[in-house]
Write a protein that binds this ligand. Structure first.
Ligand code: ATP
Length: 435
């Protein structure tokens, strides 16, 4: 498929089927801000859940937190964001459009001109007021990343969780950046959802852990169905590193516009804990009783946007194939990510079929996100489910009333098998490898 076409197709599908809507659309939309509809909200939940499961639930060395979005200037002064969280901004002298200098290679994407104003630093943080009184004391910032919540809570978590390095603190939550050029649908937006984990290690082990986390994160994408050839690692050169970083590697994905960042994994050294200890006067060292050593841990950070991931998973899953001479659109999403895992489809609207369909839903709904659709022909309904990636369609027909069995149709193979209602849950668990 022509690749620019792919972005358009996925963008259209996302809007048409209720994954993503332009925010405040009835008022004409609001500056590349998006709302997640019924399917998008389900899928985002699944992305968060898959990440949390891999980063927190299945590990004994990582705990989660949920920190505040609003923060005082002191945090952002210490972290370096007030001084350096900026993008270089230039204005095209011909068409007056404003751009990020590092993203345009000296040519205006709007009019082709190569004449620009001198770059100016533009701080990306959203500034607001907390409380009714104006003035410096009331200034607050919306967090541009969740990481600082992990650093400012480092001592709290150490004291309450009984963890010791190497250990991590993970968090999922909204972050805000006043991006100059939001673009490519939800790839870069001003409000987005971040999933970050700060892994605190003895300094001597930092490089080993850095390599470990790069591999662990790459494996996660492959496990969730992104083909390995659509992923690659890009290690930043020293001159391109952020102010805090001793090493950064991006996991890049083959977007329709080329390989671009999906996730960043950084070795942040002891920069953050040292800065916050200095600024707050509270020690953020770790004292290792077994060796009698005191040190400031280094931090390895994998950070990825859940909303950016959603578009990458959709792009990677989008396929068109031919079934019985007809082109169909199918999202080959891993079942863990699909907005609905199961669709229950009674063959007709007759009340008897509705009754037994409810029975099927009652069995499956505690375990799987289920859609229920009674309208249109069964073929049309299969297509609608294929298009949004539902792995299993369960058809309830008149035979069901006699044999207490339903038809289970597989999204990818379109194969259909008859399964007893009593065996349905076990059968779906087996097909999704949940034993
Ligand atoms: P860039 O240089 O592209 O602006 P960055 O390298 O500064 O981004 P990081 O601070 O490393 O980005 O952010 C970590 C992750 O957060 C990114 O890999 C991406 O998945 C996500 N992310 C960052 N900015 C945005 C955004 N504006 N919209 C959506 N996701 C974002």
């Amino acid at each position: 498929m022509e690749t620019p076409d792919l972005l358009e197709k996925v963008t259209n599908l996302a809007k048409r089927r209720g994954f993503i809507f332009p925010s405040a659309e009835i008022y004409g939309g609001f500056r590349s801000t998006y709302d997640y509809g019924p399917l998008g909200a389900n899928m985002l939940r699944n992305i968060r859940q898959a990440w949390w499961q891999s980063m927190v639930q299945t590990r004994t060395d990582i705990v989660g937190i949920d920190a505040a979005i609003l923060g005082p200037p002191a945090v952002w002064a210490a972290s370096g964001h007030l001084a350096t969280f900026t993008d270089p901004l230039v204005d095209c002298k011909k068409c007056k459009e404003r751009w990020r200098e590092d993203k345009i290679d000296g040519v205006c994407p709007n009019c082709g001109s190569t004449e620009f104003t001198e770059p100016r630093d533009f701080n990306l943080m959203f500034k607001t007021q907390a409380g009714p009184v104006e003035g410096e004391g009331a200034t607050a910032y919306l967090r541009p990343e969740t990481a600082q919540g992990m650093f400012t809570n480092f001592a709290n978590v150490l004291a309450t969780s009984r963890k010791k390095p190497p250990f991590g603190i993970a968090q999922i939550g909204k972050a805000f950046r006043n991006e100059i050029t939001p673009q490519n649908f939800v790839f870069r937006t001003r409000e987005f959802e971040l999933m970050e984990m700060e892994y605190f290690v003895p300094p001597a082990d930092a490089d080993e852990w850095y390599r470990y986390w790069i591999q662990y994160r790459l494996d996660w994408y492959i496990d969730l169905g992104i083909p390995a050839d659509q992923l690659r690692l890009h290690e930043h050169e020293a001159k391109d590193l952020s102010h805090y970083s001793r090493g950064t590697t991006d996991v890049e994905f083959a977007y329709p516009w080329g390989f671009d960042e999906l996730e960043g994994i950084a070795n942040r050294g002891d920069y953050d804990l040292t800065q916050h200890a200095k600024a707050s006067g509270v020690s953020l060292d770790y004292f290792d009783q077994s060796t009698n050593e005191r040190y400031t841990p280094y931090v390895i950070e994998p950070a990825v946007g859940a909303t950016r991931l959603l578009i990458a998973f959709l792009l990677s899953a989008y396929h068109e194939d031919e079934i019985e001479g007809e082109i169909r659109t199918v999202l080959r999403l891993d079942w863990r990510l699909a907005p609905y895992q199961v669709a229950v489809l009674p063959l007709s609207k007759k009340p008897e079929l509705e009754g037994v369909s409810r029975e099927v839903l009652d069995i499956l709904q505690p375990h799987f996100m289920c859609d229920y659709d009674v309208t249109q022909s069964i073929g049309r309904r299969y297509r609608r489910q294929d298009e949004v990636g539902t792995p299993f369609c369960i058809t309830v027909d008149f035979d069901t009333l006699e044999d207490r069995a339903v038809t289970v149709r597989d999204r990818d193979t379109t194969e259909q098998v008859r399964v007893k209602i009593g065996d349905l849950l076990a059968s779906l668990r087996e097909r999704t490898n949940q034993h």
